[in-house]
Design a protein around this ligand. Sequence first.
Ligand code: LRH
Ligand code: MN
Length: 426
Amino acid sequence: MKLYESHISEFNEKSIKEHQNQFDFLGDTLDKKNINTLNVVDALAKFQVAIPSWALGAGGTRFGRFSYFGEPSNLTQKLDDVGLLHALTQTAGAISLHIPWDVPEDYNAIKEQAKSLNLKFDAVNSNTFQDQANAKESYKFGSLCNTDEAIRAQAIAHNQDVIKIGEKLGSKSLTVWLADGANFPGQNNFQTVLSNTENSLKSIYKTLPDDWKMFIEYKPYEPNFYSTVIQDWGTSFMLANACGDKAYTLVDLGHHLPNTNIEQIVSTLMLKGKLGGFHFNDSKYGDDDVTVGSVKPYALFLIFNELVYGMQNNPQNPDLSWMIDASHNIKDPLEDLMQSLEAIQEAYAKALLVDQSALKQAQSVHDVVACQEILQRAYRTDVRPLLAQARLQSGGALDPLALYRGLDVRQTLIEERGKHTIASGL
Ligand code: LRH
Ligand code: MN
């Protein structure tokens, strides 16, 4: 479904006055606190989050999958959906492909389409957690870690192929997430599988173009339920250092054991210049992959507070890659992604309102109460007029979700694509 500027401008017209009043009121409040509202709005407008190509259909669990009609059934339709998200929000300016779920048939056509939708290709993701129909070797007992040299070689070659696909699309980074691990004590020799993984990653790293990055994503469990080779940030950090300057740790918010202090991990990785990027989502128990900010919005704010501090004080850490990694079991995937984009922008905006120098001052005199007040004053600020203003000045909708529903986009997608199309991915 093509969204025209007129759709957005006519819609914004109806609520522009109310928005202007709220924006002006908040602007006055922030001025009194010496906060430059326009700088915050500019930072929000520049903040682009990549949409995962594998999260545009209804996901599912082992207990079932409930289709969400009108799903994209090929890469062209997936790009159209991300293009629509970006037209509405102006904050979804990139797509992250998963190989082999999204191998382009016609590279020029796909690149032309992405250009016409103002979309870039973010990190490409390899997949050695599933066996491909025509594959010679199986990853049942692991891929890059496998004790069988032929299986490791197949997995290394796959990652090198993914890099080549990314190069043709203009992507500049490879994300490696490994399901590799064990379901039972004694199944693996921990040192053997870790050394194999390190050497395999080094082989992949050798073929990384000079201006590329390699993101090493960690996860404590699932699909293996006793041990995972790259189980935590420390292991990923160690492997990234072993590979070299172009290798970094990727933090998926859902990949932490309950109550892990993720903001401290983020702070540590930025200090060491090894934080590569994020997979944003939320969770209450495990890798639930639910809507960002839907369960722990304050935790997300605390993470962005460390990110803002790091972006202001850690030039040793490169620009970060921002990606969503969620799956949608019961919500319209596009509505779910719009809610996630809003929650990410909201956490970032609130973190930009933190008076970092006052906080540093209060910390230096151990005024613990003042420290909390400074953080929560920012968190308690309703920043939504800033997000709407950033969208407005970038040509987006003041209220993307309301316009999406107002135009009954999902019904149009069903009419265009049919009811029972299924999107590849999770
Ligand atoms: C693993 C993960 C990884 C992707 C997959 C789709 O849980 O987060 O980032 O490859 O989800
Ligand atoms: Mn992930």
